[in-house]
Each structure stands twice: as structure tokens, then as C-alpha cells.
Ligand binder design. Structure first.
Ligand code: PLP
Length: 619
């Protein structure tokens, strides 16, 4: 086994100052030359269609000129209004620079324009997609021989696929009763609704053996629709991404059947509240279609305690209550690489060198036992969403749906997968097992390139993400220790929302002594507007961030403790029910060097001070 050489993170990206421009340009020339030759050598004796004479004609040159002008126009629009993700001055959404390997892979592949819907349209890149699907499933701890994985347009569609699968699976035991009752003999409705995923898949195998599989599938919701199908509830944490709300609608589950479980002060799902929710559903004889845990919440980067949910599921199984478990790790999934050694073994907790920055001074070590155990327990889930276009540092559009047991796709396929897919080398008709149809092979190639250069373990992605977490912890610690900013005789403090489980830091500024939450929200809204596209072209902004509002509708009482830390009366929370926080996803790997970090921290402080001063002037 090759021992991976450590990678130099700075050699992976174009760089904030285009430091790696020479290399990038060389590779661009290579890929153009290489592709041009590919065209020329396809039947080299075929005569050229475009002659040199024609190329000199006026209408020809005019037409080329149109393309040139359009490109210049587009370049101008992009430069004027794009967000400079690449700079450490950008600490906002889940963006930073993307890997050169992925960009080059995308650019090269787009010239071939493969369509991964069907093998015929993409013999090269369908294979790459299956390969990266397996790599990502392996990253999640799934058995590479049994798993299933593919690239989606993003986490949203991957989450939809989870609901699609869970929903169709849940209707299988009832469908089997309708066409082959002896296979589920003696089982009550409640028992049929509480088959585990493994039991359902085994039932499906028996239906296949009995030759009733197709007939049986027609009896599931895909044939009969949702009318009369009491498939039950989907349970999500309050911190869920809004794709779950949309999924409940699209798949006919209904918002009434989507239950949000409260989160605690650390923005992780409250396990006791989850248990209480499940118990009350059981009492009401309502089956549980699925439970969703989030690894890396969109707003806080919080990691739900997957290991506790897994334990809970095992306990309920003993009581005859089963549910599908999905992990929405769209954001945090790649961080599992931190825990894998070069031979893909999950590193023991004791052997894990904690990512701590100046921990002697600050006491802020990253990695607590819960986060560790949560990542470790991930392969116990039936399926997982992960986004290469977030912590995979790959350009859009690349998400991924991963499942533990590939037999599952037979419940959604419109093509009898089990007949054709017996051998591994069988070309895949992806379009028949996924939500999307035509799709960019270039996206799969970009992910493949990224994985080829950056291994999915501690010395590859682990190293990049470790650097980003370190940067986030430096930022978090600085916020914690910041002395109030003085502007116009007033003092402004800043407090972080909570200690991050990953690399997202939320925080808010507050004028010391101000008793009004409404006023604090207005202040932070102003700061956001000053540090975003809202204040005009981003190119002149000194610091750019994002914001979110934590509302009582979405988060219940979870934000109350944050409000209290500013000294607000709890009645302020009752009155306004919303707190605006600035949100910095620290994906950049560059904030690890002391000098660099200090420069950007001071830039941040100065930008905040200037913005507060401007607000005072305008009031
Ligand atoms: C980003 C995100 C999604 C949605 O993913 P897209 O790629 O934007 O479609 C879903 N869930 C979580 C937790 C996310 O962070």
C-alpha cells in the first residue's frame, strides 16, 4: 500500500492573488491542445470543413468577433458582480476557492460534453460517476461492495432521493401483502409499517424469487399513488435545511407529517425531545417513515448526535418500531476524512491529535467526544447526503446521494436493475435510478479529479478541512476574547452564538447597555448589508459575510440563552421572537498562519468599526 505523501494545501487552489496562475494556464493550454488533437485524429483523412480562405472572409470574422464581444461582455458582468470567494476577506456562505484539479477536470470534460443520464452518452464519465459514488460511500464507512452512490445536482436533490426511497420502501410490505400474502403472513398493519430497511429488502428479494416483483411494485405508492397510503411521519431537527420542507410537499408526505424536533443550546437535535416525539407517534399509532439527522447544519455547522440516534433506533427495533435513518451531511460529510487514516481505518479517539489552536491560551479545542462518535456512527444510517460542492471544494453542481445497500434502488428504478446489473462491469443507465435526467458528466469528472489529487483521508481532505476548522476556531476565539469596539462614545461588544461543531461561526454585535433586541437586530442587519452585495459592488467591500435570522417559529426557545448573554430581559425574546446573527462559514484553509490570521482579523474589526460609524452618522 502506497503511503500518501502529504499534500501542500497552497498548491491546490489558484490562490487569492492567482499565485498558481502560471501552472493553471499551462494546464489550460494542455487541455485545449489535447482536446484539439483528439478531434483532428478522429479519421485524420477526413477533409477539414472550414477552409483557411473562408476564415478570412468578412462575415466569418464578424461572427468570431460576436463571440469575442459576448465573452468580454460576460467577463465584465462577472467581474462587476461576482463574489470573491477566494479571499479570506470572504467569510460568508459555504464557499471559498475551488480545487484547481476539479476546475481543470470540469473545463476539460465540458469540451467533450458527456451526458451521464445514460451510458451511451457518457461511456467515460458514467464510469467516473460510479467510481466517485463508491469513493464517497466508502468515506462514509459503507461497504464498497454493497453500497450505492452517485452524483446529484446538490444536497437538495440527494435529500429528495432519500425521501423517494424511504417512501417507496415503506409501501413495499403492504404491496407484498396485496400480491403475495404468504410472504408477510400473520403481520398486522402496524407490523407491516414497522419493517426495518433490511427486512424490507429481504422481502423484496423473496418477491423477486417468487416472480412477483414487477406486479408487487405496481401495488406500491409508485403504482397506486399516495391516496390511502398511511406511510407516516418524517422527523427532522429544527435546524433542518429547507429542502426537507420542499420534499414533504413534492413526495406527497405533507407538511402535517413533517415533525421538527427542538434543538438544544448547541443547535444539535435534542435526543430526549426526539424520543418524546417518537413515543407520541407510537401512542397515536402513526408509523415513522424516516428520521433525519444533520451532520453540519446549514446555519450553525452543528453535528447531530448520530450515535445516540442509532442507539435509540436499536432500542425501538426491539419494541417492534422501525424507521429509515437518513443523514443530511450535505455540508459536513467530507469532514469524515479527518477521522480516516491512510488505510481507511477510523482513527481511535485517543490517537486523534485534536485540532487545537493556542489551546493553552484559549481552552478552545476542537473535537469533543460527541462529534467524534457522531462521525463514527454515520455508516449505521440507511443513506447519506453529501455535497462535493461544499466541503469537497469542487465547483457547482455536485452533490451526492449514498446508500448502504444498493438493492434499495430497485424500489425507484424504471428499469429492472436486478436483471441487468448482476455484474459490476455492466454499463449503468443512471437516468433510470435517479431523480434527474440529462446531467453533466463534467460534474462527475470534476469530483473524480478532486478525489484523485486529494485523498479522502486525514492526509488529503482531512488536511484542508483541518486548516479550515483551525481558522474557524481562531475566529471564534478572537470573537470570544474581543474587547468592545468604541465608536462615537458608545461601546459595542460581540458574542459568538455557540462553540462550533465544525467551521461555521455565528455571532452578533450589541451596543453595551442597549436593552432592545429590536435595535440589536437592526444593528446586525445593517452590518450584514454593509458586508454583502446589498451595499453595491462587492469588489470594493473590505469584508463580506452572510447572515441568518434565528426565529421562534424555526428554533423555538433555543436562541433564548444567547439573548440572555447580552443581558436582555427574556421578555425581549417573547416580544420579537427573532435574532439576527452574522454567519461566517470559514472554508478558507489560509487562516492558519499567525501573521495571515492577524491581518484578516484586523481587517474584520476595522470593517465592523467603519460600518458602525457609518450607521451612527446616518442616524
Ligand atoms: C446545503 C445544504 C443542503 C442543500 O444542498 P444544495 O447543494 O444547496 O442543494 C441540504 N442540507 C444541508 C444540511 C445543507 O447544508
Amino acid at each position: 500500500m502506497d503511503i500518501e505523501k502529504p499534500i501542500n494545501t497552497k498548491a491546490l487552489f489558484l490562490g487569492p492573488k492567482s499565485e498558481n496562475y502560471d501552472f493553471f494556464r499551462q494546464m489550460l493550454l494542455f487541455l485545449m491542445d489535447d482536446h484539439a488533437e483528439w478531434r483532428r485524429y478522429f479519421h485524420p483523412n477526413d477533409a477539414p470543413i472550414v477552409s483557411d480562405g473562408e476564415k478570412g472572409q468578412k462575415d466569418f470574422l464578424d461572427t468570431l468577433q460576436k463571440t469575442r464581444e459576448a465573452l468580454v461582455d460576460l467577463a465584465g458582468q462577472l467581474q462587476e458582480s461576482s463574489t470573491p470567494w477566494f479571499s479570506p476577506r470572504y467569510l460568508g456562505h459555504m464557499n471559498t476557492d475551488t480545487l484547481m484539479a476539479a476546475n481543470l477536470g470540469y473545463m476539460l470534460t465540458v469540451l467533450y460534453n458527456p451526458n451521464n443520464c445514460a451510458y451511451e452518452g457518457s461511456p467515460a464519465t458514467t464510469a467516473l460517476e460510479i467510481q466517485v459514488g463508491r469513493q464517497l460511500a466508502t468515506l462514509m464507512g459503507y461497504d464498497p461492495q454493497r453500497c450505492w452512490g452517485h452524483i446529484t445536482s446538490g444536497g437538495t436533490v440527494a435529500n429528495y432521493e432519500a425521501v423517494w426511497l424511504a417512501r417507496n420502501l415503506a409501501s413495499i410490505p403492504f404491496a407484498i401483502r396485496a400480491c403475495k400474502p404468504e410472504l408477510v403472513d400473520g403481520l398486522s398493519d402496524w407490523q407491516l409499517a414497522n419493517r426495518s430497511t433490511a427486512q424490507i429488502l429481504d422481502l423484496m428479494d423473496r418477491a423477486k424469487e417468487s416472480g412477483v416483483f414487477e406486479e408487487m411494485r405496481e401495488q406500491t405508492v409508485r403504482g397506486k399513488g399516495m391516496a390511502g397510503a398511511n406511510l407516516g411521519a418524517i422527523i427532522v431537527p429544527q435546524s433542518k435545511h429547507y429542502s426537507w420542507t420542499k420534499a414533504a410537499d413534492i413526495f406527497g408526505i405533507g407538511q402535517d407529517n413533517l415533525y421538527s424536533v427542538p434543538v438544544r443550546e448547541n443547535y444539535r437535535m435534542d435526543i430526549n425531545a426526539l424520543k418524546a416525539r417518537i413515543d407520541s407517534l407510537i401512542t397515536g399509532k402513526k408509523p415513522i417513515l424516516a428520521v433525519v439527522a444533520v451532520v453540519g447544519t446549514t446555519e450553525e455547522g452543528a453535528v447531530d448526535e448520530v450515535h445516540e440516534i442509532v442507539k435509540l433506533r436499536e432500542r425501538y427495533a426491539e419494541e417492534g418500531v422501525a424507521f429509515y435513518l437518513h443523514i443530511d451531511a450535505a455540508y459536513g460529510g467530507y469532514a469524515r476524512a479527518l477521522f480516516l487514516d491512510e488505510e481507511n481505518r477510523f482513527i481511535p479517539f485517543e490517537g486523534f491529535h485534536t485540532i487545537c489552536i493556542d489551546s493553552k491560551d484559549t481552552g478552545n479545542d476542537w473535537l469533543n467526544r460527541d462529534v467524534y462518535e457522531a462521525f463514527k456512527a454515520m455508516p449505521k444510517a440507511d443513506s447519506i447526503t453529501v455535497d462535493p460542492h461544499k466541503l469537497g471544494y469542487v465547483p457547482y453542481a455536485a452533490g451526492a446521494f449514498l446508500a448502504a445497500d444498493r438493492r434499495m434502488i430497485d424500489v425507484i428504478s424504471y428499469f429492472a436493475a436486478y436483471v441487468f446489473d448482476k455484474s459490476d462491469d455492466n454499463p449503468m443507465l443512471l437516468g433510470s435510478y435517479i431523480i434527474e435526467g440529462s446531467k453533466a458528466g463534467a460534474a462527475a469528472a470534476a469530483v473524480w479529479m478532486a478525489h484523485r489529487v486529494v485523498p479522502l483521508n486525514r492526509s488529503g481532505y482531512g488536511a484542508i478541512i483541518r486548516a479550515s476548522i483551525e481558522g474557524a476556531y481562531r475566529f471564534y476565539t478572537s470573537l470570544q476574547n474581543a474587547t468592545p469596539i468604541e465608536v462615537g462614545g458608545k461601546r459595542f461588544e460581540v458574542l459568538p452564538l455557540t462553540c462550533p461543531d465544525s467551521n461555521i461561526v455565528d455571532y452578533a454585535f450589541h451596543e453595551i447597555g442597549n436593552p432592545s433586541l429590536k435595535e440589536m437586530n437592526a444593528l446586525n442587519q445593517y452590518l450584514y448589508e454593509r458586508c454583502s452585495y446589498k451595499s453595491g459592488p462587492l469588489y470594493t467591500n473590505d469584508f463580506i459575510t452572510s447572515k441568518t435570522s434565528l426565529t421562534v417559529e424555526e428554533y423555538g426557545e433555543a436562541p433564548l440563552s444567547f439573548i440572555k448573554r447580552f443581558g436582555f430581559d427574556p421578555s425581549e425574546w417573547e416580544r420579537h421572537g427573532s435574532v439576527v446573527v452574522l454567519r461566517s462559514c470559514v472554508l478558507t484553509p489560509y487562516l492558519v498562519n499567525n501573521t495571515t490570521y492577524k491581518t484578516y482579523w484586523n481587517t474584520f474589526l476595522k470593517a465592523m468599526e467603519d460600518a458602525i460609524a457609518d450607521r451612527q452618522r446616518s442616524q
